[in-house]
Ligand binder design. Structure first.
Ligand code: HEM
Length: 460
């Protein structure tokens, strides 16, 4: 006689749907409440999916690192594949490993170091536009849009040697549409396949085509040697040339164009949206915490003394780094990480089986009072050497963990340091009066309706 499987306790929902409707209304709130009530490990059902929700650092470490081979990206990734294809973020197993090894050299420390000048240069260009706007009497910018355009331009120039300034609005609009749509698909009870010609699917394909056209042109130009543009002259080997030049160890074949498209699309999306969100939230937090801002500025004065920040400053900008880390604690851009078990395993006292879904939420773990004193307070001192001493590695995981750890983490940290330092040296900023700041937890944690901010140039 088969025994009924013992599951952890957890929230219940109506038959068939399970907690599907509740979770889709406000996922971070649902996860926060569930963690509070059921603690380290809970279980719930969403339709036919068995969800295990892991709120203990040890369990997160088990899934992402120790037994990572038993966990693939979750079933929900099939939606992301609708526009990312089989790139680094969405592929699995041997194929993923091969692609990761090919891409890795583009992210080595010495390679990233050579990007510093582009990062500060593009930040300066953005601020020059701000100055022009202020001169014309327009001192309000949507900081989220600004950060999206800036990080896109940086990724384009450094990894693809392409200046995407002129296409950034189209890309931003299409990407925003796709991300919002994917989120709806993930949380809708019934999925309507993309081939069904309903307006929503037509809109999806249209937005995807905008991105495809930009990416295919970048690849075609490179393949045909017909590139033009300022950044080419000083291009060394970039990510795109590494991918194009790579040959299969066994067959000697080059990467098919469709695969190049998927990898470039992935870098495009993963490489700018997350960083833009983190920067926007950091600027927002700074604008509402004057004592932190004062301390940050004191560091900038001491380290930079009015100069443009550069690679050589990144080690010395300690408090700036702490501010970024603390901001990603409260607003982790990748606020939820999910996996599917591909074989049987054990989490705590509970057996899990092939097909079971694991949910881990940096957003909830980063605010859990078991691991953080006054968790809702913005306090960068937590990330000082002293403050970080006792912390468990998996209490804080904005870049994930294990072999699937974010390939762009060092890139993003340098970029955020340099951009933040550049902005705070030159501008003070505050959220436009009357604007209500709200999170929008889609695939990433975005600010809902942007972040309108009033700028004021700091006189020299
Ligand atoms: C603040 C900025 C960023 C954050 C918070 C972030 C976060 C993450 C997280 C949490 C993962 C792991 C997802 C999982 O395990 O399911 C990831 C993976 C990835 N990230 Fe980032 N990321 C950031 C910036 C970047 C940048 C700048 C790039 C590229 C230029 C990048 C490219 C990628 C790629 C390609 C993967 C997939 C890696 C793999 O599976 O091998 N990310 N990122």
């Amino acid at each position: 006689m088969s025994r009924k499987k013992l599951r952890p306790p957890g929230p219940k929902g109506p038959p068939i749907i399970g907690v599907g409707l509740t979770i889709s209304k406000d996922t971070p709130d649902f996860l926060t409440r569930t963690a509070k009530e059921f603690q380290d490990l809970s279980y719930f059902k969403v339709l036919n999916l068995h969800m295990y929700y892991l709120c203990k650092p040890e369990y997160v470490q088990h899934v992402l690192q120790e037994n990572n081979k038993n966990f693939y990206k979750s079933v929900k990734y099939k939606f992301l594949k609708l526009f990312l294809g089989q790139g680094l973020l969405t592929s699995e197993g041997e194929f993923w490993l091969k692609q990761r090894r090919l891409a890795q050299p583009a992210f080595h420390k010495h390679k990233i170091a050579s990007f510093a000048e582009t990062m500060t240069g593009d930040a300066s260009d953005m601020m020059a536009e701000w100055e022009k706007g202020i001169e014309k009497g327009n001192d309000v910018v949507d900081m989220h849009r600004e950060m999206m355009a800036l990080t896109l331009r940086i990724v384009g120039k450094t990894l693809l040697s392409k200046d995407l300034k002129t296409s950034s609005i189209d890309i931003d609009t299409s990407l925003g549409y796709l991300i919002a749509d994917i989120f709806k698909r993930v949380h809708s009870v019934f999925d309507i396949p993309l081939w069904v010609p309903i307006p929503r699917n037509i809109g999806f394909k249209k937005a995807r085509k905008v991105l495809d056209d930009v990416i295919n042109k970048i690849i075609d130009d490179r393949l045909s040697g017909a590139e033009t543009g300022a950044c080419l002259s000083d291009r060394q080997e970039d990510l795109l040339s590494m991918l194009i030049g790579a040959e299969d160890e066994d067959t000697g074949e080059k990467m098919p164009k469709e695969q190049l498209r998927d990898e470039v699309m992935t870098i495009f999306v993963a490489g700018h949206e997350t960083t833009a969100n983190a920067l926007t939230w950091t600027l927002y937090l700074l604008s509402t915490h004057s004592s932190v801002m004062t301390k940050l500025k004191a560091e900038l004065d001491e380290v930079l003394d009015g100069r443009t920040p550069g690679l050589e400053d990144s080690r010395s900008l300690k408090y700036t780094t702490q501010v970024i880390e603390e901001s990603m604690r409260l607003y982790p851009p990748a606020w939820i990480i999910e996996r599917t078990a591909i074989g049987d395993d054990k989490i705590g006292d509970y057996e899990i089986s092939k097909g079971d879904q694991m949910i881990m939420s940096p957003y909830v773990m980063h605010r859990d009072p078991k691991y953080w004193k006054e968790p809702n307070t913005f306090d960068p001192e937590r990330f000082s050497e002293e403050g970080s001493k006792e912390r468990d590695r998996y209490c804080y995981f904005p870049f994930g963990g294990g072999p699937r750890y974010c390939i762009g983490a060092n890139f993003a940290m340098l970029e955020m340091q340099l951009v933040l330092a550049s902005i705070c040296q030159n501008y003070s900023f505050s959220v436009k009066e009357g604007f209500h700041v709200e999170t929008e937890p889609l695939v990433t944690l975005r600010p809902k309706n942007g972040m309108p901010m009033v700028l004021k140039k700091i006189s020299a």
